[in-house]
Design a protein around this ligand. Structure first.
Ligand SMILES: [Cu+2]
Length: 113
């Protein structure tokens, strides 16, 4: 019985430690449609996010991740590689052009190139 109590305390402490590393961030990511939503969310989870929810109307992506497993920047890199500009990383033109026509969102019209 003592052993059982001890292991449940250990388990509790362990899960508490785990949650201390959980992080939630919001990122502005431009996109158009439901396909963009799945592209963006898939890219974020591929980079190690535990969950990713992008809102088509607000263009806000909410990611939850474990800081011991991935980083905000990692997630942004993955999203940029999928063709979407993020606050820290701009997608390359080549990656942007790989998007379906309907997904080629209006990029900053003042971009220089
Ligand atoms: Cu789209």
């Amino acid at each position: 019985m003592k052993k059982l109590i001890f292991s449940s305390i250990a388990l509790f402490a362990f899960s508490f430690m785990g949650s201390a590393q959980a992080k939630s961030d919001t990122l502005m990511v431009l996109g158009n449609c439901g396909m963009c939503k799945s592209n963006i969310e898939t890219a974020a989870t591929k980079a190690g996010a535990n969950s990713a929810v992008w809102n088509k109307e607000t263009k806000i992506l909410v990611v939850n991740y474990d800081e011991t497993k991935t980083t905000n920047l990692n997630i942004q890199k993955s999203i940029a590689a999928a063709g979407y500009d993020t606050p820290a990383i701009k997608a390359t033109d080549a990656d942007y052009l790989k998007l379906e026509k309907c997904c080629q969102y209006d990029r900053n019209p003042k971009k220089e190139n």
